[in-house]
Design a protein around this ligand. Structure first.
Ligand SMILES: NC(=O)c1ccc[n+]([C@@H]2O[C@H](COP(=O)([O-])OP(=O)(O)OC[C@H]3O[C@@H](n4cnc5c(N)ncnc54)[C@H](OP(=O)(O)O)[C@@H]3O)[C@@H](O)[C@H]2O)c1
Length: 269
């Protein structure tokens, strides 16, 4: 199994490292990281036992698979040495919005480029990643990408033109679900539940409903129908959601995230 080098060691890189180690895909010495001027890389290395690079040369020299995991806004100021240091290597970017053609200007001699958008449930192996590549992957590189993404959870290859909306659903999606869980909890508190009880009820309900939905293979509408009796309490709640156009709000939410991803394609703040 190839080793992976992480340039950027913040939340996303840390979730990926945790997923790889938890799945046993690699061991800590197989991974190496480097951050910017802050402490994230040292913190990640200390917490997980992975190697901490002291220079960009050490990082890129350690493996031929480089994961780029700094902020999209940091691409324009990336170390110009990366152009030569990534020659012949497989570069996997997780930067929101940054198209493969843009990545190719920073990594012009990479043997191939992958744009992947994982999500933070990768930390517990329950991630969902949408990805695409600049040119069709060789069998060996496909095996590497499959192994990396399988360690994080599920993955789906999509056309590059669909990456912005796919990322809005699956990369930003956990934040929307966390917001929903918070709202469910707060609704319980508003109805008189103690906060801790409300939190437990909300979290376990989101978890159980998501697992049932994934396992049943049926549409969410069908599962909703099964818990909605005529004149029942669930119907009373659903009617309020409909009156406030919950679906319309979620559609706007996804389209706003997609639009921001499209904006981030440009090298602007
Ligand atoms: N969070 C998500 O759910 C998610 C999902 C999909 C994709 N992404 C993508 O993941 C990327 C990272 O997001 P994040 O949430 O992990 O951000 P983050 O926690 O802020 O981490 C940013 C990392 O970049 C490093 N860095 C800063 N300047 C650098 C430079 N010049 N060279 C190399 N590394 C540098 C930072 O190191 P220092 O600490 O040393 O400054 C830090 O390790 C973003 O591009 C984002 O679009 C995130």
């Amino acid at each position: 199994m190839p080793k992976f080098a992480f340039l950027g060691a913040g939340n996303m890189a840390s979730a990926m490292v945790d997923g790889l180690l938890a799945k046993g895909t690699v061991t800590p010495p197989d991974l190496i990281c480097l951050g910017g001027s802050g402490q994230s890389a040292a913190t990640l290395a200390a917490r997980t036992g992975i190697r901490l690079a002291t220079s960009i040369e050490e990082l890129t020299g350690a493996t031929d698979v480089l994961v780029i995991a700094f902020k999209p806004q940091q691409l324009a100021g990336a170390n110009p040495q990366l152009a030569t240091l990534t020659a012949g290597k497989l570069v996997i970017s997780v930067l929101a919005g940054k198209r493969l053609a843009r990545l190719a200007t920073t990594f012009p001699a990479a043997r191939n480029l992958v744009w992947a958008m994982p999500n933070t449930p990768a930390r517990i192996g329950a991630g969902m990643t949408a990805w695409c590549s600049r040119t069709p992957l060789s069998a060996a590189d496909r095996a590497t990408v499959d192994a990396l993404l399988a360690a994080l959870g599920n993955a789906v290859e999509v056309d590059e033109g669909l990456m912005d909306v796919a990322a809005a659903v699956s990369a930003s999606g956990p934040a929307f679900l966390f917001e929903f869980a918070a709202a469910l909890r707060d609704g319980g508190i508003a109805g008189g539940l103690p906060p801790e009880t409300a939190k437990t009820l909300a979290v376990e309900t989101v978890l159980g409903a998501a697992r049932l939905l994934a396992r049943s293979g049926t549409d969410p509408e069908e599962l909703r129908r099964q818990v909605t009796s005529p004149k029942g309490m669930t119907l009373a709640g659903l009617q309020r959601m409909e009156a406030r156009d919950f679906r319309g709000l979620m559609k706007e939410t996804i389209l706003a995230a997609k639009a921001r991803s499209e904006e981030m394609a440009k090298d602007a703040p």
